[in-house]
Structure formats: C-alpha cells, structure tokens
Design a protein around this ligand. Structure first.
Ligand code: HSE
Length: 442
C-alpha cells in the first residue's frame, strides 16, 4: 500500500459529524486508498476547544486550534463546524489556496453559495455538499449528475427530521404539539431552541439548495416561502386523519409554466401540507427524510433514509471526499454550479394548489349557501363539502348550535384563497376558521 501518492485532508470541526468523519478516514484508510488511488492523509482536526469531550476516541495529536495552518497545507478541506463565520472565511481561504472543499453547511450555502462557488471557479476547485441536504441520503449528486440530462419538474421532500418526528408522533400517538416537541428534545432531535426546525428555517435553506440544483438557477433564500408547524394542533392532525390525509412539513421546488405565455419560472416553498395516506411520502416515519423527484423522462423517483446523525452524515461527507480526491489525482477543473437557466422565482401568491378549509359555523338554514357564495366570489372552485363530520374540542365556546364544515377546493391561486379565508372569517355565521391547509401529492 505504500506506493500510493497521498492527498492531504484537513478537517474543520470535531463534533459528532467531524469525529465520525475522522474515524472513517483512520479506520478505513487502506480501503479508501485502494478506491481512490491515493492515501487520504488526515493532517489534523481544527477545533475551538482542545479539551472538549469527543463522541469517538481519536489521537490527541490530530487536534489543533490553528485552522489557518491546517488549511494552508491541505488538498481537501472538510468543513463541519457549522454556522456562518468563521466557516465562510475558512472555506474562502481553502478555495483561495486551490483546495477542494467538502461541507455540510446548508446555512452557509443557502446564504453565501454564489460567493463560494465563484471562489471555487476562479481556481478550478470544487465545493462538494452532499451532506448539506437530507444527511445520508444521496440527493445532491443525483440532481447534479444523474438527472443532468433530464428535465426535473418537481422536487417534494421531507427534509427536516425533527419536524417529521413531531408530526409523526402527533399522528400515530395522538400527542399534542408541545408533548411531541418535548419528546423530540429529549431524544436529541430538537435543539434547546427549536426555532430552526419548527419554524422551517432549516427546511427553507435545504429547499433553496435543491431548487437551485434542480432548475439550474440561483435561488436566493429570501425568495423561499416558509411556514413552520407551530400552528398544527392535535385537532388539525385528527381532522387530517379523518379525511384520509397525513400532515407533513413539505419542502417543494417546482417548475411552473404560464399557460398563456409558456414562460417558465420556479417556486420554492416549505409548509405543512396534507398528503394522501397512500402517497410514498406519507410512509416516512419518525425522524427520517425522503425526497420525491419528478422529472420528464425518469418519471417519479424517491430517495429515502436518515436525514441527520453523526455516522450517517459522515457517510455523505466521505462520498464527497472520495470524489474530490479522485479528481485531485486525475487533474482537471472541478464541476462548477450550473445556473444557466436563471429562472425567476415566483411569489407564493401566484402558486396554485388545492386546499382543505375547516370552519366551525352556525348550524342553521342557509349557512352552506352563504359560505359557498364567498368561495364563488373569490373565484375558488369547491370540490367537496362535508358537514358535521367532526366536532372540534377546542376553540372559542359558542352560544349557539354549531357544526363543522370541511371544504375541499380545486386548484386555486394562493392569493384568491387567502382573500376567501379573510372574508369567511368575517361572516357572522362563521364561529372560527379551524384550519386551512394545502393539499399536495393528491
Ligand atoms: N435539524 C435537522 C433535522 C438536521 O432535524 O433534520 C440537520 O439538518
């Protein structure tokens, strides 16, 4: 094995993912050398605190607090520290010195992707980021390479394990949101401050990355529509179950073609939505992730597995390291980002989906007609109406006899539906709007 050349690999970050990457590099060194055609020499692990406890036993001599020195001597720099700074500074430094970069940093890519990609292109290096979206699941490479000759129409995924765990518990155990969140925290899925997951910031970053790859367009994070799951109560989950749906936090990137002009744009959005129980994404349980891709020639593809975790994320990182090392010894420039399509991202108001609107209304003659006339007034076509199928246990007490109306719509513009719901909420016969959810995958 000694006749192999060597590729110097610097690791920035020694947390759960970093320690597992180091473990694989050390334990499988011979096998990796045979696959790559060069030895992957782990030159060091840059950390903030040398005495912090590590999830894996690693030689103390590998650790350093001097990231700059490590970066200078590296052919490949792996960044698994997270956060924007100093990760951004270190990555730019690595690319500036001609090293390839492997990162799991979705926040950095979603906010500063173009800057990093431009820096890579200037020197013929490459930024690899399979681990940034959906952990162990190969989805970046399939979109970037396997489907590069096809036309992707839609990417719909469960890309946040914490919220999937919470929603799954609310569905299968009939837990409240608070109790499911507490369990997610206890199991280590949710952070002490669960905002990034629960309010869908994490999923929005991931869908910005996926949309950019799928549609060969830069998708700024601020153009991604984002709604989290705090408004999903046990009652709303039960209503969904009753109607044959399950609620999932869906990250959607979609090609939208204007029927009149034929002009194309894209939509990137994340929100909790109803999906039919028989849809492949409905069976994604616990903290797992899955991404459902529809493309012109390939049809429907589903990628499923662990979206987080030390060893799982390390697997995705190591796939990138092997690719980068192979290219390093073969020579040739890195694969740049393909953004030639440069499609506009349309706002949520212009999106068309179907909805389920649940109302608590006065149980008296003429109410159905009054409610239906509001949908008509705002150009929203009603597909189904069910009355009295479910009695909400929460919400304001009513002095009159009430019943529940579940109204399913055909596809309607988001802005028209929003206007409909505002008008409905002002009707004297409507006690409360129990829920408004989009339907996907039906
Ligand atoms: N917090 C994320 C999740 C994992 O719950 O899926 C890292 O992206």
């Amino acid at each position: 094995m000694n006749d192999y050349r060597s590729v110097r690999v610097a690791l920035l970050g020694g947390g759960t993912v970093g320690a597992n990457v180091a473990k694989i590099l050390l334990e499988h060194a011979d096998e990796l050398a045979a696959r790559v055609g060069a030895r992957l020499e782990l030159t060091g692990i840059a950390v903030r605190n040398l005495s912090a406890k590590r999830p894996v036993d690693l030689p103390a001599s590998l650790f350093t607090t001097d990231a700059h020195e490590l970066i200078l001597g590296a052919d490949i720099v792996i960044e698994v520290m997270g956060g924007i700074e100093p990760a951004r500074e270190y990555i730019l430094e690595a690319l500036g010195s001609g090293a390839d970069v492997v990162t799991a940093n979705k926040a950095l890519l979603a906010n500063h992707g173009p800057e990093l990609f431009a820096a890579a292109e200037r020197v013929g290096a490459q930024v690899y980021y399979e681990a940034a979206v959906a952990g162990a699941i190969p989805i970046i490479r399939p979109l970037r390479e396997s489907l590069a000759g096809d036309r992707v129409e839609r990417v719909m995924g469960i890309v946040n394990g914490t919220t999937n765990y919470i929603l799954d518990r609310m569905d299968s155990e009939k837990d409240s949101f608070d109790s499911a969140l507490a369990m997610a925290t206890e199991l280590g899925y949710a952070e002490a401050d669960p905002t990034a997951d629960v309010d869908a910031f994490d999923a929005a970053q991931k869908v910005a990355i996926l949309a950019g790859l799928a549609f060969h367009t830069h998708v700024p994070l601020e153009t991604v529509y984002r709604e989290g799951i705090r408004g999903i109560s046990a009652e709303v989950v039960e209503l969904a179950r009753y109607a044959g749906f399950v609620i999932k936090l869906l990250a959607i990137a979609e090609r939208v073609t204007d029927a009149t002009t034929g002009r194309e744009s894209i939509s990137a959005r994340v929100y909790p939505a109803l999906i039919p129980r028989e849809h492949p994404l409905a069976s994604v349980r616990k903290a797992n992730n899955a991404v459902f891709v529809q493309s012109e020639a390939a049809g429907s593809l589903m990628f499923y597995g662990a979206g987080a975790g030390g060893p799982e994320t390390a697997s995705a990182i190591m796939g990138d390291v092997v690719s980068a090392a192979r290219r390093h010894i073969m020579g040739g420039p890195g694969l740049g980002e393909s953004q030639h399509a440069d499609l506009p991202v349309i706002p949520i108001n212009d999106i068309e989906t179907s909805y389920h609107v649940v109302l608590r209304v006065a149980d008296q003659p003429g109410v159905l007609a009054t409610v239906a006339s509001v949908f008509h007034e705002y150009n929203v076509s009603v597909e189904l109406v069910e009355q009295g199928v479910f009695t909400p246990q929460t919400g304001p007490a009513s002095k009159r006899a009430t019943t529940t109306l579940v109204i399913g719509t055909h596809e309607a513009r988001e802005s028209d539906l929003a206007a409909t719901v505002t008008a409905l909420s002002k009707l004297p016969v409507v006690d409360s709007v129990v829920s408004v959810l989009r339907v996907e995958g039906a």
